[in-house]
Design a protein around this ligand. Structure first.
Ligand SMILES: O=P(O)(O)OC[C@H]1O[C@](O)(CO)[C@@H](O)[C@@H]1O
Ligand SMILES: [Fe+2]
Length: 193
C-alpha cells in the first residue's frame, strides 16, 4: 500500500500596513526594466539614469502547480513618467483562462484590464476594495496617488504562469495620465495592433 507523503505547511509573514515581508525577498522592478512601456520616452530615459524603483512584490513561494494558490503583496510607488503614473509591467496569465483577486490595503490607484478580444475595463483601487480579474484578462496596477504607495494583496492559481511578451510588444490599449491634477484614462498612443 502506498502512503501519501505529508506536506509541510508554508508559513510566511507580511504586513497588511506596509505590504512588506521579513521572511521573503522582494522582486523589484526599476524604471530601466520597463522604460519602453511608457508613452513619454524622453522622460522614461531621464528617470532610467537614476534607475528609480517603480514597484516591488513578494511572491510567497508556493509551488506552481494546479491546486495551489499563489499569493503575495505588491507595492507600487508614487511617481510619474512625464504625466503617466507609475505602474506595473502587467501581464496575461500563460494559462489564459485563470483569474486573480486583488485586494487594496493602502493607497489609491487603478487596476487596468483587457482581454485579447479588445474588451477594456478598469476599476479604482482604494483600501478595502477587492477586484476580481476574470480569466483571459491582462492586468496592471497603476498608482494614482501623488504621495502614497499603492499596496495590494493578490492571489491566483498556482499554475497560471506569467505571459509578459504580449504586453511588452503591444502595450495596453489604454494608459492613465494626470490631467488638471486628476487621473484620466486615455488611448495609448504607442499601442500596436
Ligand atoms: O507581474 P507584474 O506585471 O510585473 O506585476 C507584479 C504583480 O503581479 C503579480 O505577478 C500577480 O499578478 C504579482 O506577482 C505582482 O504583484
Ligand atoms: Fe497575474
Amino acid at each position: 500500500m502506498s502512503a501519501i507523503a505529508p506536506r509541510p505547511a508554508i508559513v510566511t509573514d507580511f504586513s497588511l500596513v506596509t505590504g512588506l515581508s521579513q521572511s521573503r525577498t522582494p522582486l523589484q522592478r526599476r524604471i530601466s526594466a520597463m522604460a519602453g512601456m511608457y508613452a513619454d520616452q524622453g522622460a522614461a530615459q531621464r528617470l532610467a539614469q537614476e534607475d528609480v524603483l517603480v514597484y516591488e512584490f513578494f511572491d510567497m513561494g508556493v509551488p506552481d502547480s494546479p491546486g495551489e494558490v499563489a499569493y503575495g503583496t505588491s507595492i507600487t510607488y508614487p511617481g510619474k513618467v512625464g504625466d503617466e503614473y507609475f505602474m506595473t509591467k502587467g501581464h496575461f496569465h500563460s494559462v489564459l483562462d485563470t483569474a486573480e483577486i486583488y485586494y487594496c490595503l493602502r493607497g489609491r490607484g487603478l487596476l487596468m484590464m483587457e482581454n485579447p478580444e479588445g474588451d477594456v475595463q478598469w476599476e479604482e483601487l482604494t483600501p478595502g476594495k477587492g477586484v476580481y480579474v476574470p480569466g483571459r484578462y491582462a492586468h496592471r496596477s497603476i498608482n494614482t496617488s501623488p504621495d502614497e504607495p499603492l499596496i495590494t494583496f493578490f492571489a491566483f492559481p498556482g499554475h497560471a504562469g506569467h505571459d509578459y511578451g504580449t504586453i511588452e510588444s503591444k502595450g495596453f490599449r489604454k494608459i492613465v495620465v494626470e490631467r488638471d491634477g486628476a487621473p484620466l484614462v486615455v488611448d495609448n498612443p504607442q499601442w500596436a495592433q
